[in-house]
Design a protein around this ligand. Structure first.
Ligand code: NDP
Length: 453
């Protein structure tokens, strides 16, 4: 059923979804601006600008006038950055998989698309991350071509540049879907232009054989930049206060772990919802260029303005929460991957896995068989990988202490994102597997937290 849904079918969009799409399209850029501006002008207080606006002490125009505007030097930095990432993605085939044991890189197959295609991907994200960071460190210590605080120093001018790219790439993908789609069979049209623009039409838009929009924009320039942005914040703390706080070190370490995990598992990532089910539109294009680098890094930005030094007990608690969250996140994902790869011929928590046999039909009416794991973390709750992810997210926020709300935006956002994703995924699975999915939810009744939700 779901396959048929995605394959060149005109879908009707209900009013609720449409209002959600239009609200996001209108407000998401302002949310990003608001947080960054609150740090720049109000020491990261998110209530102060509202209160001043309410009391008439300030106006929207004066806030706008005080905000740094677009600069050509930021445009130059950003153009060099994106061009360099395109170069690493397109022109430097992966060699790291040849000498790093256990790492899966190089040319890999993606999942089967609704139209039945299996795309090939060049997995070289880890290599791009390593080269980029080696150059960053070499610059900071030897070459001194630019200051390590360059990202922080141009943060708002860079935001205009990321918006230009985010809108340009989403608009290009939208027009391309009508005029020259990569695979017209995998396009999803709705009768609503806003929905098409936001949620995307093409499934795997590409330029040429290898430039895959989803893989490139999801991973780089956003996720490679994530750790560099944090390093730039760390350098700024050093410059401003003459030392780096333990909270900043924790945020850098915990988030770097998550980023490195992403690149280490980039081949596995080809099988996740982003690549397997989402179409490429503004949601992914703009989200990867602007939302991710600006809002996923708020903790480091906050710590530049508020250099929190945590007590040893607090720091250890944060570290422990982050490590346990990461362990649950990674092990849960690993268990499903291992189970699916070996078709159940593996051991999970020292035992043969238990599972529910299920079937579904694809667009051509053919019946396929699949298995839903009910042991290991997948027997505890249906999405414990999201729970682990949320614990990790909370640890980044808690590293900033309890002085302000702003660093906690991330956990609020991730909770909404992952709960929504969980509901969306379960809806899809329920229509895919029908009564077999019901048997699975009876066997594993909770979604994220056993006995609670
Ligand atoms: P999952 O990896 O959980 O994949 C869900 C799919 O797995 C389902 O659609 C179904 O697909 C299959 N499945 C569901 N239950 C079972 C089961 N019991 N046994 C076997 N297969 C099952 O979700 P995502 O792709 O969303 O997430 C991957 C990771 O990425 C997560 O850890 C998540 O936390 C993280 N993530 C992080 C984000 C961030 O911004 N930081 C954003 C999004 C995700 P099928 O049709 O094959 O049966």
């Amino acid at each position: 059923q779901i396959m048929r849904e995605s394959s060149q079918i005109i879908l009707e969009v209900d009013w609720f979804s449409l209002m959600g799409v239009i609200t996001l399209l209108c407000f998401a850029p302002f949310i990003v601006f608001y947080f960054v501006m609150a740090c720049d002008q109000y020491q990261c207080s998110i209530s102060q600008p509202m209160l001043e606006l309410y009391s008439g002490e300030t106006t929207l125009l004066s806030i706008w006038a005080r905000s740094p505007s677009f600069t050509w030097s930021a445009a130059k930095i950003y153009a060099i950055w994106v061009a360099f990432q395109v170069f690493l993605y397109m022109c430097v085939p992966d060699v790291t998989h040849k000498f790093i044991p256990g790492y899966v890189g190089g040319v890999q197959d993606g999942a089967r698309t609704p139209a039945g295609l299996i795309n090939k991907y060049e997995i070289n994200g880890l290599q791009s991350w390593l080269i980029t960071h080696a150059l960053w460190v070499a610059n900071a210590h030897y070459f001194h071509w630019f200051s390590p605080t360059i990202i922080f120093d141009n943060w708002i001018p860079l935001m205009w540049c990321t918006n230009i790219l985010g809108y340009a790439v989403s608009t290009f993908a939208f027009i391309k879907a009508y005029l020259f789609p990569t695979n017209s069979e995998d396009c999803k049209f709705t009768g609503n232009v806003f929905y098409n623009y936001m949620m995307g039409i093409e499934f795997n838009p590409r330029i040429g054989k290898w430039f895959d929009f989803k893989l490139f924009f999801n991973g780089r320039p956003g996720i490679v930049a994530w750790t560099l942005i944090n390093l730039s914040y760390m350098a700024k703390q050093q410059e401003l206060y003459g030392h780096v706080t333990n909270s900043m070190i924790l945020v850098n370490i915990l988030q770097a772990m998550y980023v490195l995990d992403f690149f280490w598992n980039e081949a596995w990532y080809l099988k996740t919802i982003d690549i397997c089910h989402d179409h490429f539109g503004w949601y992914l294009g703009w989200g990867d260029c602007v939302w991710l680098p600006y809002l996923y890094t708020l903790q480091g930005l906050y710590l530049v303005y508020h250099p929190v030094q945590l007590s040893t007990a607090h720091a250890l608690a944060v570290l422990l929460l982050g490590l346990i969250g990461y362990y649950i996140f990674r092990s849960t994902n690993h268990q499903k991957d291992l189970f699916r790869r070996t078709e159940g011929s593996c051991s999970i928590w020292g035992r043969k896995p238990t599972y529910i046999e299920c079937s579904y039909s694809s667009a051509d009416g053919e019946i396929h068989r699949s298995k839903l794991l009910t042991s290991g973390f997948w027997g505890v709750a249906r999405h414990l990988n999201y729970t682990g992810d949320l614990m990790g997210s909370l640890s980044y926020c808690a590293a900033c202490g309890f002085g302000h709300l702003l660093p906690y935006f991330y956990i609020v956002y991730m909770t909404i994102l992952l709960v929504h994703r969980c509901v969306r995924d379960e809806h899809r699975c329920s229509s895919k597997y029908g009564k077999d999915w019901k048997r699975y939810t009876n066997a594993v009744p909770y979604r994220l937290i056993p006995a609670v939700f």
